[in-house]
Design a protein around this ligand. Structure first.
Ligand code: NAD
Length: 378
């Protein structure tokens, strides 16, 4: 069974999908692995390091047309799908809620497309959960970037020249990224407050030494997979009023609020920004999925009366080495979980809950229930 890994070609992508340590693991299990020349160049890994552990260096078109399994990080360019071997398995992030024509193309070309964002958030699948591995690092990066952009320091300092008060950091949205942002800001000595619409996170916030901001929104809750449900317009208004006071005091506001498969909610409005102190910084981690902050722009720093709004995309790409290592490990854990040791092949177990969750197309059809329902609703 040939596993092929083409180089990431999305402009500005610094991460790589597969590192030599993963090749070593799969070669030991009997896989043949081909990688495109330069696969690890963005994080300083040479072709020799890949060949040393048993990979073959091939050109891109050979990898696409001869691999039984193709592994990548980002969704493929649509024109590369027809180049894949009929019946091949393709594993990557796919953005399946928004990429209907890409999905049709996979089905049309008889490719079994696996979407990394659809791996179930279950305990058993945690080691394959690339949304979490990348969000965790993104949360860390938000704090580091904000710390660099404010004109203050995060910790309290008591010096002979005077005492400097700690910075106030307010984190909105406490999923995987938000929790890491809290932990990072705490490590740097900031005073941290946080809010989420899911009341279950209060305890997690407190266990990290931060203060949970309580805003009574009435019924909120979460889906069976632990994702937040969308708020009503009335609830959004109550939330914004409650947040305004906390934002006005904050030196750094970090927003990480997402609604799985839907546009992110707008949480920090122009009015709230107008009440913030000049010199403070907002990091909108949801900028690529619609934005939590009014006026934030993808890959730009916007200045509104002295308040800086950072809307940087691909935050895990700022720490590309651990991000690649973790993503590569997620892919390897996924492959190993379904590897048939005797036959030395990947066993696409259609009845397995993990495969049912993340397999989008198979045998020329869209097979994923969530995506099928979405298509039917139009
Ligand atoms: P996410 O990226 O979908 O959203 C980030 C956070 O934003 C969530 O906590 C969400 O509740 C919050 N949010 C949404 N709307 C908001 C609003 N209007 N105001 C404030 N906050 C808002 O979340 P995620 O990090 O992908 O995590 C989703 C869930 O999956 C969580 O319950 C998490 O604990 C769970 N999870 C479970 C596992 C596992 O068991 N293997 C792994 C990872 C995550």
């Amino acid at each position: 069974m040939i596993i092929g890994v083409p180089k990431e070609i999305h402009p500005g992508e610094t991460r790589t999908a597969f590192i030599p340590a993963s090749i070593e693991r799969l070669v030991k299990k009997g896989a043949e692995i081909s990688v495109e020349s330069g696969l690890g160049s963005t994080i300083g890994i040479s072709d020799e390091e890949y060949t040393k552990v048993g990979a073959k260096i091939c050109d891109r078109s050979t990898i696409l047309s001869s691999s039984d399994i193709v592994l990548r990080l980002r969704k493929p360019p649509q024109e590369e799908i027809a180049q894949l071997k009929k019946g091949a398995i393709h594993v990557s992030f796919l953005d399946p809620f928004n990429e209907s024509s890409l999905i049709e193309e996979f089905a049309k070309n008889q490719i079994s497309a696996i979407s990394m964002e659809m791996i179930p958030r279950s305990t058993i699948a945690q080691k394959m959960d690339a949304l979490s591995s990348q969000a965790n690092l993104a949360g860390y990066v938000t704090v580091i970037l904000a710390a660099e952009r404010i004109n203050k320091i995060l910790p309290m300092m008591m010096t002979p020249s005077g005492t400097i008060a700690p910075a106030h950091v307010f984190i909105i949205g406490v999923g995987v990224a938000g929790l890491q942002a809290i932990a990072t800001a705490k490590r740097l000595g900031a005073r941290v407050e946080a809010f989420d619409t899911r009341p279950v996170v209060e305890e997690q916030v407190q266990s990290l030494g931060a203060k949970f901001i309580k805003i009574d929104l009435g019924e909120t809750g979460q889906t069976k997979d632990g994702y937040a449900k969308a708020l009503t317009p009335e609830q959004i208004k109550i939330q914004q009023d409650g947040m305004a006071k906390v934002c006005a005091k904050a030196d750094i506001v970090i927003t990480t609020a997402q609604l799985f498969g839907r546009k992110a909610p707008v949480i920090v409005t122009h009015d709230m920004i107008a009440q913030m102190k000049p010199g403070s910084v907002i990091v909108d981690m949801a900028v690529e999925s619609g934005g939590n902050v009014e006026g934030s722009k993808v890959n730009e720093e916007v200045d509104v009366n002295g308040v800086k709004i950072l809307g940087l995309g691909n935050l895990p790409g700022h720490v590309a080495a651990p991000a690649s290592q973790m993503y590569s490990s997620n892919l390897t854990n996924f492959i190993e979980s379904f590897w048939d040791a005797e036959a030395k092949t990947f066993n696409l177990k259609l009845e397995d809950d993990i495969i049912k969750g993340c397999l989008i197309t198979h045998n020329g059809e869209v097979v994923n229930e969530t995506i099928k329902n979405l298509a039917q609703k139009g």
